[in-house]
Design a protein around this ligand. Structure first.
Ligand SMILES: *[C@@H]1O[C@H](CO)[C@@H](O)[C@H](O)[C@H]1NC(C)=O
Ligand SMILES: *[C@@H]1O[C@H](CO)[C@@H](O)[C@H](O)[C@H]1NC(C)=O
Ligand SMILES: *[C@@H]1O[C@H](CO)[C@@H](O)[C@H](O)[C@H]1NC(C)=O
Ligand SMILES: *[C@@H]1O[C@H](CO)[C@@H](O)[C@H](O)[C@H]1NC(C)=O
Ligand SMILES: *[C@@H]1O[C@H](CO)[C@@H](O)[C@H](O)[C@H]1NC(C)=O
Ligand SMILES: *[C@@H]1O[C@H](CO)[C@@H](O)[C@H](O)[C@H]1NC(C)=O
Ligand SMILES: *[C@@H]1O[C@H](CO)[C@@H](O)[C@H](O)[C@H]1NC(C)=O
Ligand SMILES: *[C@@H]1O[C@H](CO)[C@@H](O)[C@H](O)[C@H]1NC(C)=O
Ligand SMILES: *[C@@H]1O[C@H](CO)[C@@H](O)[C@H](O)[C@H]1NC(C)=O
Length: 824
């Protein structure tokens, strides 16, 4: 009995307490019977968000809004009556009426209301943990049939799960709009707009003006925001179908709080992440990021390059409309074609591929998701108002087609992850893009090949050349000369040891002219009075006589006017010697680093030397029947003939020592610090690209007349490469040029060489051009890739320059033998 009374009392208490409990503890729902006044709040179930009345800092007005529950700096994410504030801080009343609409009144005047049409028997308004205020039927849980939701009416903030863009069924835009000022939540003039072009685009708009073009969605990110990458904070998505086009994001970790906001004061879009430790909002991302982000910064056909010496440049094939204005940094008038397009022979037009871009304004575009790049090109070519095309979706290999009509506007360049664009050009302009240069160079390559390889391989070469002319010039890796010449066994003269003893005066020290990688070199003179250079190989070649003979024969077949010619050899008992033609003008090493002698090498001669070395190296890499990686390219291995033509020496020696593969990883590093590519010096990885690196260094040395190592400018730059890079970045590259040759110097040529050499010394092999591209670049005035910061192997053991000739030293690094070879 007693127990019954107690339980009755408990029940009674509970019933009596319940309503007040309901109001003092978090309530997230408002129903028909209630009116919601100033001082009351709805709190979402998980206590994430609050709905209530607030007054911005310096304002006496009050607004109905939503803010974070647990963030001490009141951060309002949504405002109902931004346009029509309540004049004081006590008279606002929010109610839900029978038709399922929220109505906000100040006394009897309606200041805000929702416009749901559907109606529902028992509507409720509920604040969800997502920050979404929804009106729904009491029993309804399906978001699709909510009567109304605040997420459809964003203020200046986009929360996870909100959609930024269009509902095409209702033709309404969910638009993020800035507050007028921090104390006035009425709409400012800055908003994120989704423009429904054929290729829809996102913009930050300022009133009706395009302010920052975020760009179209390219499958991976907005074209103007290439640094948007999958990250561990939020996931993002862009949805485009017949019903909707929108951008949205979601948090990957529920305990991380992030929001996107448009800020009128700064005119910037921010993505913030709340820092629990510091109790502040940290900026994770912002737009505009730099000057190139402002719409139309460089006018039509201009390209904005934040790292360039000039902010704006014309696309190649175009020139400033007003050179004077352009000169005074007024880019607004943009650029015009050097050669206008001519519709009568549209099929003769072609396209220039420009890489690394934010693609142009998409107002006048046409899209077909179903066709690829080739068909796209044809379609564009066939319509003479089509000015450019590219893939509409760059995911994977790329797919889809987007074409531009009319002028190309608002192009910028990105350091990483920009897109390709194919720009229409008159046929006569295409040549200037490199095809002319290509032909010009091919003719010289052809010439040298004919001289070198003899007419025997002519037909085959011609085939390759024709092939190359029609193909893109980049990255064609052809193994040259396979086929016909196997049976031709150029007999290599064998010289006797005694002949060479006589020729070199018993290898007298006064005849020693150098110390190469695999042994000393002596000058000699045969009985016929022909001068020769004899390389005496150290005997530990590890090869049997027959293998050695075979290798020597192969090397003897490498003949090119920019390679030192192997005349014969001597293999007798323990003696192993190679006999080369003698080069009267010694090595480059001997000339360019000497203040007096270097004056003999004026710019035209140096340029000729650079091009010669490049051709020789190209031949080794891909035109000879063997692919030879030189592995030790440096000035002392470049000999000069009587007309100062360069000839590469010491190639193929590694093969004789059984070291050569054309590509690979070796425990025996043969090379010289200062010229070795980082991956080769550090890990023994070599390839044609490690030779390209050495070539880049060599080229810089030729231009500057300074050694790569042992180079100090008041101790600011540890070496020539870093010095060159810092001057280049500052637009002072011309200062690199050897002062001894300033007079006859063709600055554009020298600059181009410096540019190419910086590309050659990039950190990563894949960023370096191959020798075919190097040759093309040396011979053309086209635009080519911007170098990134170069790579350089820092030798931890020795910075000291060992310039005494004949010196060699051995250092152990990572258990690899590094042979330091020095000047001959
Ligand atoms: C707010 O109200 C107070 C007193 O009513 C007044 O002195 C003040 O100027 C008002 N501030 C603003 C920004 O209107
Ligand atoms: C606020 O006050 C101003 C004048 O002081 C008046 O014009 C306006 O109608 C008021 N607004 C509301 C919602 O009462
Ligand atoms: C509810 O409010 C909306 C918006 O003010 C209004 O259009 C509608 O007529 C109201 N319904 C009722 C029954 O008062
Ligand atoms: C915009 O940014 C400024 C400064 O960065 C800040 O003071 C202001 O509160 C922000 N405005 C809004 C509406 O958040
Ligand atoms: C882009 O292509 C990828 C792979 O083909 C596909 O999965 C994706 O849906 C495409 N995106 C768009 C926006 O078409
Ligand atoms: C989520 O974020 C919180 C706070 O930054 C962190 O402590 C937690 O480890 C994260 N959880 C996961 C699964 O990453
Ligand atoms: C542009 O300026 C440079 C020097 O600043 C001058 O040499 C050149 O002639 C100018 N070009 C034009 C078209 O004004
Ligand atoms: C266009 O090309 C045709 C045929 O080559 C030529 O006759 C005509 O003059 C050209 N028109 C212009 C504007 O260059
Ligand atoms: C070229 O394309 C434009 C834009 O799609 C179109 O208006 C025009 O009719 C096309 N011209 C031809 C010749 O197909």
């Amino acid at each position: 009995m007693n127990i019954d009374i107690i339980s009755f009392l408990i029940n009674l208490t509970c019933i009596l307490l319940l309503p007040s409990l309901k109001f003092s503890i978090a309530v997230d729902t408002l129903d028909l019977s209630q009116s919601f006044t100033n001082g009351m709040t709805l709190v979402s179930q998980g206590e994430k968000f609050v709905l209530g009345f607030f007054s911005p800092m310096n304002s006496n007005k009050s607004y109905l809004g939503i803010w974070y529950k647990n963030i001490p700096v009141q951060t309002v994410v949504w405002v109902a009556n931004g346009v029509k504030p309540i004049n004081d801080s006590s008279s606002g009343i929010l109610t839900l009426n029978d038709t399922g609409n929220l109505v906000l009144k100040q006394r009897d005047e309606v200041v805000w209301y929702t416009t749901s049409q559907q109606g529902s028997l028992n509507p409720v308004a509920q604040l969800l943990d997502s920050g979404n205020l929804v009106i729904r039927g009491e029993k309804e849980t399906n978001p699709e049939v909510y009567l109304w939701q605040s997420f459809d009416y964003p203020s200046d903030t986009i929360l996870p799960g909100m959609k930024l863009g269009w509902n095409l069924r209702t033709h309404t835009e969910r638009r993020m709009t800035s507050w007028k000022s921090p104390d006035d939540p009425s709409p400012g003039d800055l908003y994120w707009g989704s423009l429904l072009y054929n290729y829809p685009e996102q913009y930050l708009m300022q009133g009706t003006k395009k302010y920052v073009r975020v760009g179209p969605w390219n499958g991976l990110h907005f074209s103007g925001v290439p640094d948007q990458k999958p990250n561990n904070v939020y996931a993002y998505n862009f949805v485009s179908n017949k019903d909707e086009i929108y951008y949205t994001y979601s948090m990957l970790n529920d305990s991380v709080i992030s929001r996107m906001e448009l800020n009128q004061t700064d005119s910037i879009y921010y993505r913030y992440v709340w820092s629990e430790d510091q109790q502040i909002w940290n900026v994770m991302k912002s737009l505009p990021k730099d000057r190139c982000d402002y719409y139309r910064k460089c006018g039509v056909y201009g390209i904005c390059t934040i790292t360039g010496s000039l902010l704006c440049e014309c696309l190649s094939g175009f020139s400033p409309r007003s050179p004077a204005a352009w000169n005074s940094s007024d880019w607004s008038q943009g650029c015009v074609r050097n050669k206008p397009l001519n519709c009568t022979n549209k099929l003769n037009d072609g396209f220039v591929k420009v890489k690394g871009l934010k693609i142009p304004d998409c107002s006048h575009t046409w899209v077909d998701q179903t066709i690829g790049l080739n068909e796209c090109r044809l379609k564009c070519l066939n319509n003479c108002s089509c000015t450019a095309y590219t893939n509409s979706n760059i995911t994977g290999e790329g797919s889809g087609c987007v074409m531009w009509f009319g002028d190309l506007i608002d192009i910028r360049e990105f350091e990483n992850d920009g897109q390709d664009l194919y720009i229409r050009m008159d046929a006569s302009e295409l040549g200037k893009e490199g095809h002319d240069g290509l032909k010009k160079n091919l003719i010289s390559i052809l010439a040298s090949i004919i001289i070198a390889s003899g007419m025997l391989f002519f037909g085959y070469r011609l085939y390759i050349l024709r092939h190359r002319i029609t193909e893109d010039s980049e990255n064609i890796e052809l193994e040259g000369g396979r086929g016909s010449e196997d049976e031709d066994d150029l007999d290599l003269p064998l010289l006797t040891y005694s002949t060479l003893v006589t020729a070199t005066d018993n290898f007298s020290i006064k005849n020693k002219i150098g110390e190469g990688g695999f042994g000393p070199v002596y000058k000699g003179r045969l009985a016929s009075r022909q001068e020769i250079a004899v390389k005496r190989l150290s005997s530990d070649s590890g090869q049997g006589i027959n293998e050695l003979k075979n290798e020597v024969k192969l090397i003897a077949k490498l003949q090119h006017r920019n390679l030192v010619k192997l005349l014969g050899c001597c293999i007798e008992e323990e003696h192993r010697m190679l006999v080369y033609e003698y080069m009267p003008n010694n090595s480059l090493n001997w000339l360019i680093f000497d203040d007096t002698k270097s004056k003999l090498l004026d710019w035209p001669k140096r340029f000729n030397i650079i091009c010669g070395i490049a051709r020789g190296l190209l031949y080794l890499h891909q035109d000879s029947r063997l692919r030879i990686i030189h592995r030790d390219l440096k000035p002392s291995n470049i000999l000069l003939d009587d007309k100062l033509n360069p000839k590469i020496s010491d190639f193929g020696i590694a093969r004789i020592f059984g070291l050569d593969q054309t590509h690979g990883n070796t425990s025996r590093v043969v090379g010289t610090y200062g010229y070795m590519a980082p991956e080769y010096a550090a890990d023994g990885l070599f390839s044609v690209k490690s030779d390209v690196f050495s070539f880049g260094i060599l080229m810089l040395e030729i231009i500057c007349g300074k050694r790569s190592r042992g180079f100090y400018v008041e101790n600011e730059s540890p070496n020539l490469v870093t010095h060159a890079w810092s001057l280049w970045k500052e637009g002072r590259a011309l200062e690199l040029i050897d002062k001894n040759i300033k007079d006859a110097c063709v600055e554009s040529e020298a600059l181009r060489c410096i540019h190419v050499s910086l590309l050659c010394v990039q950190q990563f092999p894949e960023d370096r051009p191959g020798m075919p591209s190097v040759i093309l670049m040396l011979g053309s005035d086209g635009e080519f890739a911007k170098p990134k910061e170069p790579g350089y192997y820092v030798n931890k053991y020795s910075f000291a320059e060992t310039s005494k000739s004949g010196q060699s030293e051995k250092t152990i690094t990572n258990q690899m033998t590094i042979t330091l070879l020095e000047a001959r």
